[in-house]
Design a protein around this ligand. Sequence first.
Ligand SMILES: NC(=O)c1ccc[n+]([C@@H]2O[C@H](COP(=O)([O-])OP(=O)(O)OC[C@H]3O[C@@H](n4cnc5c(N)ncnc54)[C@H](OP(=O)(O)O)[C@@H]3O)[C@@H](O)[C@H]2O)c1
Length: 274
Amino acid sequence: MSGRLEGKVAVITGSTSGIGRATAELFAREGACVVVNGRRRDLGEQVVAGIRADGGEATYFYADVGVSTELRALIDHAVATYGRLDVLMNNAYHATHGTAVEIEEHEWDADMAVLLKAAYLGCKYAIPEMIKGGGGSIINISSVHGVLAGRNYVTYETAKAGLINMTRQVAVDFGHQGIRVNAICPGWIIVNASREWVAEHPEAIRRAEVIYPVGRPGWPIDVARAALFLASDESSFITGHALMVDGGLTIQLQDSLSHVVERWAREANGDHRD
Ligand SMILES: NC(=O)c1ccc[n+]([C@@H]2O[C@H](COP(=O)([O-])OP(=O)(O)OC[C@H]3O[C@@H](n4cnc5c(N)ncnc54)[C@H](OP(=O)(O)O)[C@@H]3O)[C@@H](O)[C@H]2O)c1
């Protein structure tokens, strides 16, 4: 049986861990040749070894996507190794917590370089290669924070919102040349990097069970499955879309959300009345 990405070549930035890694593994299981990226070489090689042991095809390529020349080299590597490029997932993450007053200018620039500028450069370098092959799919990993503002995270909120409209802009500009561009907006996804924090804050899981309409936080595979659909030809009539993969977090009215948060707070204090 052939996979849903058979014959396609995919680059996933920031795939040494978390959502990127789960997506690389799923894409490879579905027949794609995957270029795994990130700065931790040991983890990148581990992801590739796992994919190959599973019968898939992948290579690891070191690139700091905040550096234009390295991002260019990543795209070139994919084309040189596999002869084409069909899918780019702009996923790498680097962000500093802080308000507009607290964040230093160099932190703003470093965060924007990875969260937003890398996605623009990814499009700039990947699209001409995709057009040569007849088209392609770009997936920008935004966030629920791209749609609604949280607290003390000014670079993240700004970049993730920018990514959603950049998605629409690039989709409009290149749709006629066979390029589709979509964003995914995940809610809270428990990745390895957050496990230590979660272990120290078990109440956060219970809180998520209460405030997420589906009754749980997300896992990397939840986002990977959405990315698989957007990468595959099954979504060929979908472009410029921002897909919420958030267990319903953002579909709620604020007053109904405040009701469930109050219930959670009462429950945390041993009061189980609804
Ligand atoms: N987890 C969530 O709750 C959540 C929710 C909404 C959206 N998201 C989004 O999902 C995406 C993935 O996040 P995640 O939760 O899976 O985080 P993660 O596990 O920390 O993964 C981040 C990835 O980015 C890579 N990376 C960081 N800086 C890089 C750079 N300069 N160049 C290349 N790669 C770089 C890291 O690899 P190296 O360290 O090896 O470089 C790592 O593979 C992000 O865009 C994030 O904003 C996550």
